[in-house]
Design a protein around this ligand. Structure first.
Ligand code: PAF
Length: 277
């Protein structure tokens, strides 16, 4: 595995590439990331992983310095997962003074996760656009980029950016990885006590309940929401939302084109989860 820390060096190693699988991350890699890397490995000649704690997606007051940094462990994980190139750029090599900005769409970028963290998705899109362009620079035969369905809004916005800006990148949505009890994997699960883990299981149970209702023919979202709230009655629910794959809110479930999203606070920890129907 080659580790590169600046763009010039990356460009030297990305000449004449065939199919490239790219997994952008902010490090502190866990099983969820690993599942993206494995899929990228299976489907492409070259696998590139980036680790970059992107300052522009942290809002004022959010503690960028406290974001977990585990470079040595991450390097080891990538080596074992047979990654070809690990790109770990510095902030100075990615961002410039008074630079041009990519902006999230005014509605889809500012609802749900975007309403709580207004401007967060601007930063995500800004950095993903840069990373895609750096990898596309030497024109690989194909570029597939792998994102988890867990961050469904991020995934929808990146897919929209690729479409709206005519980028030659295939976005590959990857399944949510869950532990044996159904809890969606997240680095935030580490903050949960054993009791809170038990409480948090109501989130995935509520999504299962929703999917069962849909299978029984219940498509009205207010009925489904009522049932989900009942399953999560002991949790502090921030939102339950129903959107189609374009991330527009819906009132009736459209089969194979709907996502049900949940955000809850368990103890002090905010958790999100979703199911694609
Ligand atoms: O999902 C993440 O880890 C980040 O938002 C991403 C896509 C790597 C951009 O910084």
């Amino acid at each position: 595995m080659i580790i590169v820390k600046n763009i010039e060096e990356l460009l030297k190693h990305t000449k004449n590439l065939d199919s490239v699988g790219f997994v952008p991350t902010m490090g502190a890699l866990h099983q969820g990331h690993l599942s993206l890397i494995k899929r990228a490995r299976d489907e492409n000649r070259t696998v590139i992983v980036s680790i970059f704690v992107n300052p522009t997606q942290f809002l004022e007051g959010e503690d960028l310095d406290k974001y977990p940094r585990r470079d040595l462990a991450d390097i080891e994980i990538c080596k074992r997962a047979d990654v070809d190139i690990l790109f770990m750029p510095t902030v100075e090599s990615i961002y410039f003074e008074d630079e041009l900005r990519v902006e999230a769409p005014a509605i889809r970028g500012f609802i749900l996760e975007g309403s709580r963290r207004a401007g967060h998705f601007n930063g995500v899109l800004q950095v993903v656009m840069k990373l895609f362009n750096i990898i596309l620079f030497n024109r690989p035969k194909s570029l597939r980029a792998y994102f988890g369905k867990k961050d469904a809004q991020q995934l929808a916005l990146i897919s929209q950016m690729v479409k709206d800006y005519f980028l030659n990148v295939d976005i590959i949505p990857c399944e949510i990885v869950r532990d044996s009890s159904g809890l969606a994997l997240s680095s935030r699960n580490a903050y949960l006590s054993a009791d809170e883990v038990k409480e948090a299981l109501a989130i995935s149970r509520s999504l299962k309940r929703a999917s069962k209702l849909v299978m029984q023919g219940v498509l009205d979202t207010s009925t489904i929401e009522r049932e989900m709230r009942d399953v999560m009655k002991n949790l502090d629910i921030e939102y339950i939302a129903f959107v189609n794959r374009d991330f527009k809110k819906i009132e009736t479930i459209e089969l194979k084109n709907s996502t049900i999203l949940v955000a809850c606070i368990v103890g002090e920890t905010r958790l999100i989860d979703n199911i694609w129907i």
